[in-house]
Design a protein around this ligand. Structure first.
Ligand code: GLA
Ligand code: ZN
Length: 664
């Protein structure tokens, strides 16, 4: 996996010059130089400008701006411009439009109105990519290809007839025979047995709940269908522009779950993602950290690229809060702290018209004479000093397992609780670690778990035998393994593992559960040492398993709530059958960390200060981000690259401030 091909910490952003008259372009480039902008993503939504009519191309404006950017020393992440078809295309070919679960067409008029499997759309998109690759493959400004944009942001799943046909082909490859499909989907239930492939439809709105494995397979298919599309674009670039790195911007935000990015990473040279702070979340900063740790997991631990975030407010939340002074810098550094070597914003210049006219940008409506632009300029100076850490890796000895397919299955119809978020435990545990200054890698169960001292398995509802065995092997080899409720329940067909829950982890944990007692969002259950939320269950601890805490109220009073079992050479398997309150969860994790010998990144970290460390063979860098409104002091020695001052024993962080201390 490569990172952005520069040796500096590169700043940049989406650049949409077609929204501005040409004199503004020259001003843009001068301002980019002032702010130390290294790259722009260009042409993402430019299809209707580049191909104003079928087969008629206008590259004059793109030639001009590419040349100007090159002359200005700014590298280009050039889009294949296929993210949104022009109106002439959807007017001529309405069959490319996506269809929702109720059979309603999603009309053009916003963006991404195209069906993932439409062969017509694909032909037109590949033709445009071909033109661009032919024209710009050797342009000196070209540094990377940006394929499409945020795949699946708006057009997945599509339930049209074309998708139905592709789904059947996908199913034939997966199951070979209809008998295998009928077994996998459990169609003995509700008279659903298929006798001909043509009878199979997408899981469109039905009278009541659709078949869960059918729904799960449709999610798998939909992710694969878009990946297939990406591969088509990539093949064009490989043929006509070989050697230039290719990316597409993922969305590793908590709420975006349509694509199994684990399957996608082999198709990109650079893992890039977009992240926006979602104010309505209870813990938005922890979510940002989780997203960074997940993106790093997708990149296999290598540095990654933050393609988009915002300098301040977005335009798509109920109330779009502006960022506090200083937060533009701190938020950017928060991504670098988790392994980003490139920091991009959406967008360079704030639009005057269109849906995103009130979305913040590097150059706001007020112009460059603004606090926000000055903050970016300041970050530009800091980025210059941070070049030395580019390529270094984030240190972590804790893994949190994350699998989009397990999430999809857990979000299927008719579960014990439809109010429980599939990522509830993952985020709660990650946040406790984050608050302690302990960094976790958020990784797929197929990752190499042997390097971790702690492996957390949060609500891994669906798990393959192979992945369950890898978790058990980690405990055998000496790791502290923490499994939560509703893990190991089903296999990859979403068939329940019999003989007592949590089927796949029962032996490892030394517990057996006969029945779930899920809790609603406003319910709690008393424990001997705290309260439990979201879930409880009737646990029996098998011989050799220690009961750490117990339910203290009916109907489960006296039954084990948290257990622990010694495994292998110094390892242990912990089971949390409920989600304990923050204090209790924190205390449990303290016990796990101390058993594993995992220390926080720095000792005596003040509450509200985030700490991570990046290192390589040449040095190590301590990131400290003060999310509080008070000054904070942290023990450190070295040189702070943010303030460019020496640090001798302790570093003072201004309210909302940040430091990056080179330690050796
Ligand atoms: C996404 C898109 C951008 C822009 C931003 C706004 O990330 O990729 O084009 O719409 O959202 O937050
Ligand atoms: Zn479709």
């Amino acid at each position: 996996m490569r990172s952005w091909p520069t040796k500096t910490l590169a700043l940049g952003g989406d650049y949409n010059p077609e929204q501005w008259p040409r004199p503004v372009w020259d001003e843009d480039i001068a301002l980019m130089q002032r702010a130390n902008i290294a790259f722009v993503s260009l042409g993402i939504f430019s299809w209707s400008w580049l191909e104003p009519a079928k087969g008629e191309y206008d590259f004059e404006w793109l030639d001009t701006i590419m040349d100007k950017l090159h002359a200005g020393g700014i590298a280009v992440d050039l889009a294949t411009a296929t993210a949104t078809p022009p109106p002439w295309l959807s007017a001529a070919h309405p069959e490319i439009l996506p269809v929702d679960v109720d059979g309603h067409t999603l009309w053009p008029g916003s963006r991404q109105a195209w069906c993932p499997t439409s062969p017509v759309f694909r032909d037109y998109a590949l033709a445009l990519a071909r033109q661009l690759a032919t024209r710009y493959h050797d342009h000196p400004a070209l540094a990377m290809w940006h394929v499409s944009n945020e795949y699946a942001c708006h057009n997945l799943p599509c339930y049209c007839d074309e998708c139905a046909r592709h789904f059947r082909t996908w199913l034939r490859r997966r199951y070979e025979g209809l008998d295998a499909l009928n077994d996998a989907w459990g169609t003995a239930f509700w008279s659903q047995r298929y006798t001909d492939w043509e009878q199979i439809l997408p899981p469109r709105r039905s009278t009541t709940f659709n078949n869960p494995t059918h729904v799960l397979d449709y999610k798998r298919f939909s992710s694969d269908a878009l990946l297939e599309h990406m591969r088509g674009e990539r093949a064009v670039l490989d043929e006509l522009s070989p050697g230039v790195p290719v990316t597409t911007n993922f969305m590793t935000l908590q709420h975006f779950r349509h694509l199994d990015y684990t399957q996608w990473t082999p198709t990109v040279d650079v893992v890039s993602t977009d992240h926006y702070i979602v104010d309505v979340l209870q813990h938005p900063r922890a979510e940002l950290a989780f997203s960074g740790d997940l993106t790093r997991g997708l990149a296999g631990g290598a540095p990654w690229m933050l393609m988009e975030h915002s300098t301040s407010a977005v335009n798509w939340q109920p109330t779009n809060h502006a960022k506090a002074p200083g937060q533009t810098i701190r938020d950017a550094l928060a991504h670098v702290a988790r392994g980003a070597d490139t920091i991009g914003w959406f967008q360079w210049r704030q639009s005057r018209a269109g849906s995103e006219k009130f979305h913040s940008a590097v150059v706001p409506h007020a112009g460059a004479d603004s606090a926000r632009f000055r903050e970016v300029e300041e970050l530009g100076r800091i980025a210059g000093r941070l070049g030395e850490l580019v390529g270094s890796r984030v240190e972590s000895r804790v893994a949190i397992l994350h699998d989009y397919q397990a999430i999809w299955a857990a979000e299927g119809p008719c579960m014990p609780s439809s109010e429980l978020d599939a990522l509830e435990a993952a985020h709660a545990i990650h946040r406790q670690l984050h608050d302690r200054g302990v960094t976790a890698d958020v990784v797929h169960p197929s990752a190499d778990l042997t390097t971790y001292a702690v492996v957390v398995v949060p609500q891994l509802y669906l798990v393959t035998d192979e992945h369950a065995a890898a978790v058990a092997a980690a405990a055998e080899a000496g790791a502290q393994v923490v499994v939560t409720y509703f893990s190991g329940i089903s296999d990859e067909q979403d068939h329940v593992r019999l003989g007592g829950y949590p089927g796949a982890f029962r032996d490892l944990l030394g517990v057996r559960v006969e029945e779930f007692f899920p809790l609603g969002p406003d319910e709690t259950v008393l424990l001997t040492d705290g309260t439990g939320t979201w879930w409880s269950e009737d646990v029996t601890a098998l011989p050799g398993t220690e009961v750490v805490s117990t339910y203290a109220a009916p109907p489960l009073a006296g039954r084990p709530a948290v257990t622990r079992r010694d495994v292998g050479r110094g390892g242990a398997a912990w089971y949390l059958s409920t989600l304990p309150d923050d204090d209790r969860l924190g205390a449990l994790l303290d016990g796990v960390l101390s058993a594993a010998g995992v220390e926080p990144t720095v000792a005596a970290l003040p509450r509200g200060v985030e700490a991570t460390r990046r290192s390589d063979s040449t040095g190590s860098w301590l990131f400290l981000l003060n999310h509080t409104s008070a000054e904070q002091t942290v023990r450190a020695t070295g040189h702070d690259l943010v303030s460019d001052t020496a640090v001798d024993g302790s570093v003072r962080l201004a309210p909302g401030g940040a430091a990056v201390v080179r330690e050796r």
